[in-house]
Design a protein around this ligand. Sequence first.
Ligand code: HEC
Ligand code: HEC
Ligand code: HEC
Ligand code: HEC
Length: 375
Amino acid sequence: MALLDAGGFFGAADESQSSLEDQIRGDYLVDAMSTLSYDAVNLGGQDVRFGEDFLTYHLSDVTFPVVSSNLLNADGSPYVATTTRFERGGYSVGVVGVLDDGDAAQVAAESDAAGEPLQVAAMADAAASAVAEVASADLVVLLAFMAPADAEMLAMGLPDVDVVVHAGGNLQPSAATELGSQFAVGTGYDGKWVVRLDLDEDGGAWSQRSSFVVSMDGAWPDDPEMDAHYQAYLAELAEAADEIVAGIEQEVPAGGSYVGSDTCAVCHPSQTEQWQTTPHSHAFETLVETNHDYSPSCYACHTVGFGFVGGFLLPEDTPERMDVGCESCHGAGEEHVAAPGPGWGLEPTDQCLGCHTPEDSPQFDMGTYLPQVVH
Ligand code: HEC
Ligand code: HEC
Ligand code: HEC
Ligand code: HEC
């Protein structure tokens, strides 16, 4: 078996998330990939998002080969190896990495701290010369960080490639599709899936025995070593939490600042009673139970008003802003409390999708979800 990654492990840049939290996560992710003994890892444009120094530092002690045929240093030399080769099950395997050359401007901007930005060479030519280097291997794999259609086009123009593995964007994973005699698989986003492809060889030709998507969900018991690694990551996040949330509060767009659900309860007891029967009222407990009570990237959806004046900040600072509260759906209440009356607040049903995203709430359906929360 060969374990491969098409890149993008530092995650997509998201303005709403602290880059320090993402950097700590990136640090642990790279170590975890070493522990798992990956056979080859490609780089995606977003892996440069914390700058060249950060990437170089974190790749300096990895135990897996990192490949990219078209990510180049400022002087035009390859940033990492263009290819890697290994033996598996009596066969030689050659692996080539490539990233979308459409990301060139972004890569240059994000890696330019020293005035010598990384470059991205045209992908078709760069991949073609790298594939030529490993064409004699029994199996040639192209790891492509780009849209599926682009990865498939690229592979079809490179007949020596047997398998193309693509990643990038917020896409669902896909088991192998056949492109003539080639195979294409997509790994999906956020490391949530592993796509397995089993091949048979006959007279130099590869055929598909099976291919399927494996969801990395709670059905799998945690590996003790990886779990210890994950808990160490959470502990480091907790240490850095003060720094991560420092200066994060913005002015609330409307309604004054947040006042907390307890304040609303005084005048709206029946709605409060109903709310207490919903999972919203103990959404922070969910974070505590999973040891994520100091993971700021969870707060936007499991607390009231995180990131805004008067909203949740950290558990010890703002215990009364834990959970999905009244103001998560109705809006910040300071002005309403000062002048109570009808005709106030946001339209609650416009707020659901801000938290019930396809990634975090794939089953969301207004018709079945709304009746469970109206009071
Ligand atoms: C601030 C973020 C946020 C908003 C806004 C929000 N929710 Fe939720 N919702 C959550 C979270 C987080 C959970 C999971 C709570 C838990 O169990 O920890 C949840 C859980 C639920 C559940 C329970 C689902 C289950 O599996 O039992 C329902 C139903 C629900 N929400 C409906 C809604 C509806 C309808 C709206 C809009 C009117 C809405 N939510 C608005 C964050 C939000
Ligand atoms: C974009 C909003 C969002 C973010 C960010 C978010 N969650 Fe959630 N989470 C939800 C929603 C919405 C639900 C309810 C999903 C449903 O039942 O449909 C939920 C449900 C959960 C559940 C299942 C609760 C249960 O009792 O079944 C867990 C566990 C959870 N979240 C943990 C986390 C952790 C840990 C983080 C941070 C690493 C996080 N969430 C970040 C929105 C979010
Ligand atoms: C998950 C989103 C959500 C949360 C959380 C929530 N509400 Fe509501 N609330 C609604 C919806 C939806 C309506 C119905 C609005 C409509 O019909 O336009 C509503 C209506 C109301 C109304 C108007 C009167 C009524 O009963 O129709 C009041 C008052 C109210 N909520 C108070 C509260 C209070 C107090 C809390 C906190 C204890 C709270 N809400 C939490 C979604 C929410
Ligand atoms: C001092 C009492 C008081 C407090 C505190 C209070 N409200 Fe109200 N609220 C009222 C009165 C009075 C009305 C108008 C009569 C009614 O609809 O019950 C109202 C109306 C509402 C409505 C219906 C608005 C509409 O569409 O007509 C919502 C929603 C609401 N409140 C939510 C909240 C939330 C959320 C909080 C906490 C941030 C809160 N209220 C705090 C007294 C209060």
